[in-house]
Design a protein. Structure first.
Length: 388
């Protein structure tokens, strides 16, 4: 499941899209001008302060360092603030350059690199972990996912097969997902549906498979069936990834009230949620639509001041340009930069939609050619679906 998400290619692409904003210092016009809004003190911040104090007292304590790193990364995911992910790496800095870092440190560093879209950095950490523990299932599953996000399906298959030898259910589902991405929809669908009945099933198994099936049906062009799978997954998991997948499918189906119902206060106020609220509110003509769009623009402008964070938000920036600002040319540039490294099916579809909105047939052909080259099939893409 592609639930993870900078590297040199994306940063270079961004340099070509827009001037690097960090080169221009910010000079407030008055004492009242807000330059940046900092997180409120309390809650997660209190936990992090306590962990920082504990780590300062015991700098070699891997358990405390890992707890701090995980807390910072969890907040980075909630708030969309990549600075916190950088701090999550910093919490583990004691083991930088170590010949044999603890296995859990390697796995956590890989997870943070994924979040920052440094997929090669994540893969390097995972390979190091697998040299220590060749059958470590989390490392194998995560490596399979990283390679899938890069559209390196053969490399992902290899990790899936190694996983299947130690965790048969997850390995089988991993291989079926890759088969579906290549357009082998019927056998992959049958395999995934069969795995739904596995007993005993791991925690969250049904939700994971239902979400995978939902994504398969989206790529097959069967949106109503995809929504049914996402709804079933949501009933079991109630995790952010499933919420976003279901909301996006409902948006594609123009089922606006249902999408809106999933974006209430309980969904939080992270950037991914705010983007979807703004899209739905605009489509429903809600009075708060303009304020939501302005808040999203403000947050993304702040993120653009931090170069290391830019690539993390490229997909969302492209969607804002396309679906809220109706700036197809900018959306296309951002989507192309995003696709330079992050190559999930939705990234191909986003660039194709931006190219279509911009009336750029050459860009659409570019997306379809890249999909064919990596072996991706998706019926939402133009022509033959970009399939093999």
């Amino acid at each position: 499941m592609n639930r993870i998400l900078c590297s040199v290619p994306v940063l270079l692409a961004l340099w070509l899209v827009t001037p690097p904003s960090h080169a221009t210092p910010v000079h407030p016009g008055s004492d009242d001008q807000v330059v940046e809004t900092l997180p409120l003190v309390g809650g997660p911040a209190r936990e992090q302060r306590e962990l920082r104090r504990a780590l300062a007292a015991r700098p070699g304590d891997a358990t405390t360092a890992l707890a701090l790193s995980r807390a910072l990364l969890a907040q980075a995911r909630r708030d969309g603030d990549a600075r916190l992910a950088g701090q999550a790496l910093g919490a583990l800095a004691r083991w930088n350059g170590a010949a044999r870092p603890p296995l859990e440190v390697l796995l956590q560093r890989a997870t943070v690199h994924q979040h920052l879209h440094d997929f090669e950095g994540a893969a390097a950490e995972l390979e190091a972990a697998l040299r220590v523990a060749p059958e470590q299932p989390q490392a194998l599953l995560t490596l399979a996912t990283v390679r899938r996000v890069q559209a390196r399906y053969a490399d992902s298959d290899e990790a899936c097969r190694r996983l299947e030898a130690v965790q048969a259910l997850y390995g089988a589902a991993c291989l079926a997902e890759n088969a579906a991405l290549r357009g082998h929809l019927s056998p992959a669908r049958a395999r995934l549906l069969g795995l739904l009945g596995a007993r005993p099933a791991p925690p969250g198994w049904q939700g994971w498979l239902r979400t995978t099936l939902g994504e398969l049906e989206q790529r097959a062009g069967r949106l109503a069936t995809a929504i049914e799978h996402f709804q079933a997954a949501w009933q079991e998991t109630h995790d952010p990834y499933t919420r976003h997948a279901l909301v996006d499918a409902l948006i594609d189906a123009r089922r606006w009230p249902e999408a809106e119902a999933l974006l209430g206060p309980e969904a939080g106020d992270g950037d991914a949620v705010l983007l979807r609220r703004a899209i739905v509110a605009r489509s429903l003509g809600r009075p708060e639509a303009a304020a939501l769009q302005a808040e999203l623009a403000s947050r993304q402008a702040q993120a653009a001041l931090r170069p290391a964070a830019q690539a993390v938000h490229l997909r969302e920036q492209a969607r804002r340009a396309l679906e809220l600002e109706r700036d197809a040319a900018r959306a296309l540039a951002l989507a192309r930069a995003n696709l330079a490294t992050q190559r999930e099916a939705t990234d191909f579809v986003l660039m194709d939609r931006a190219a279509r909105a911009a009336g750029d047939a050459t860009a659409r052909a570019e997306v379809a050619a890249l999909a064919r080259r990596v072996g991706l099939f998706d019926a939402r893409l133009g022509g033959d679906g970009g399939g093999p």
